[in-house]
Design a protein around this ligand. Structure first.
Ligand code: SME
Length: 158
């Protein structure tokens, strides 16, 4: 596949268009890093998100993985920040206003809202997907569902 084709402007429809293309992009590619990298690029291209990236579980910490956007913090302890809490709670967390979230870790002052979705492999959280927006209240259940479906495609690559 040489390029993404997205014709919709509505987020739910963009997820529908994107999902099979991400599947095709990863088909036959076993490299975790290559797949994570392409998923961040595909999400950034399709939605123009401010920051999109993965943090990978390494012992008691999350360590920065492939991402698109400005430089970011490299290590987050379990239970810390939105990412560390999504890992500990084993569930997606939507943050409409990062300033209202206790313990939020500000990697960029431009980030205003955020969604973090855990990735499971054999029922263990192995990574989280973190998407940040420079707009307040930019994520809802449509993003949670779309991103959850996308990260499920990655599970077998871990
Ligand atoms: N805000 C995140 C840290 C990662 S950056 O947003 C890229 C958090 O609170 O876990």
């Amino acid at each position: 596949m040489e390029q993404l084709h997205i014709s919709s402007t509505e987020r739910s429809k963009i997820y529908e268009e994107l999902l099979p293309q991400i599947e095709a992009l990863m088909d036959g590619e076993p490299s975790l890093i290559a797949n994570l990298a392409n998923v961040t690029a595909a999400l950034r291209q399709a939605f123009g998100f401010f920051w999109v990236g993965f943090y990978l579980v390494d012992g008691e910490e999350l360590v920065l993985g492939p991402f698109q956007g400005d430089i970011a913090c490299t290590r987050i302890a379990i239970g810390k920040g939105v990412c560390g809490q999504a890992w500990e709670r084993r569930e997606a967390i939507l943050v409409p206003d990062v300033e209202e979230f206790p313990g939020h870790i500000a990697c960029s002052s431009q980030s205003k809202s955020e969604i973090v979705v855990p990735i499971f492999h054999h029922d263990i959280v192995v990574a989280v997907l973190d998407v940040d927006s420079d707009k307040l209240n930019d994520f809802d259940a449509v993003d949670e569902e779309g991103l959850t479906r996308i990260v499920k495609l990655l599970s077998s690559k871990f």
